[in-house]
Design a protein around this ligand. Structure first.
Ligand code: PGA
Length: 253
């Protein structure tokens, strides 16, 4: 596994100020597991407050604009996220690709803008159910990577890739451990082909219906360097169990 296991919670469009109590509890739990790197991506409205409330975890955005500033009503740039205290940003989540029509080219531009602003990037890729059923999952995912991986000398250094099969997100369904391993190996091969040596150190996270019950199994699959967790990151209880599972595996390794 490349580096510490990286367990990231994606709160999506959830998170009032009252939920900062969960973030504080997650932060306390994370400090008990120094062998795991923990982060949360709350809505933009909570980034700064979470940064202040939680000292031991990473805090990030869920999207960013490609420009640093300007007349883009409703958008948030990577520079603004960094100013609010964010360490990283998620780009190319399937909900952005599907609901906002984001292309690979746009996702690449966002990843490059984020890195230029000093943020780490979690770049999401994943196939639909129809694409998996037709046997095209690996081609779809490697094509997404070819189109959206950031370019540039330092691109691999501040990058994680999250493999999130669209059909597994929020559904309670997960791929087999063998399928996760096969896809992660294909992603690793693409990263090494793109970045050379540096591509071997990029962490590849699995995402899609990760919970306390399946985390150990999924995190133990080939080339899985962590998890991107939606629903099960909304409470400290559920998320801490996943962090604990990652810690237990890291100790065995
Ligand atoms: P889920 O979401 O864990 O609720 O399936 C994962 C994600 O979309 O990042």
């Amino acid at each position: 596994m490349a580096g510490l296991p990286y367990i990231v919670g994606n709160w999506k469009m959830n998170g009032t100020r009252a939920m900062l109590a969960e973030a504080r509890a997650i932060d306390r739990a994370a400090s008990r597991f120094p062998g795991v790197q923990v982060a949360l991506a709350p809505p933009f409205t909570l980034v700064n407050a979470m940064r202040e409330a939680a000292a031991d975890i990473g805090v990030g955005g869920q999207d960013c604009h490609v420009q640093a500033s300007g007349a883009f009503t409703g958008d948030v740039s990577a520079a603004l996220l960094a100013d609010a205290g964010a360490d990283f940003v998620i780009v190319g989540h399937s909900e952005r690709r599907a609901l906002h029509g984001e292309s690979n080219e746009l996702v690449r531009a966002k990843a490059e803008a984020a890195q230029a602003a000093g943020l780490g990037v979690i770049l999401c890729v994943g196939e639909t159910e129809a694409e998996r059923d037709s046997g095209n999952a690996e081609t779809v995912v490697t094509d997404q990577l070819a189109g959206s991986l950031p370019q540039g000398e330092e691109a691999a250094a501040k990058l994680s890739v999250a493999y999130e099969p669209v059909w597994a997100i929020g559904t309670g369904r997960v791929p087999s451990v063998a399928d996760v391993g096969a896809m992660h190996r294909a992603i690793r091969a693409k990263l090494v082909a793109t970045y050379g040596e540096a591509g071997a150190a990029v962490r590849i996270l699995y995402g899609g219906s990760v919970n306390a019950g399946n985390a150990s199994e999924l995190l133990a699959a080939d080339e899985v360097g962590g998890a991107l967790v939606g629903g099960a990151s909304l409470t400290a209880e559920a998320f801490t169990a996943i962090i604990g599972a990652a810690a237990a595996l890291a100790e065995q390794a």
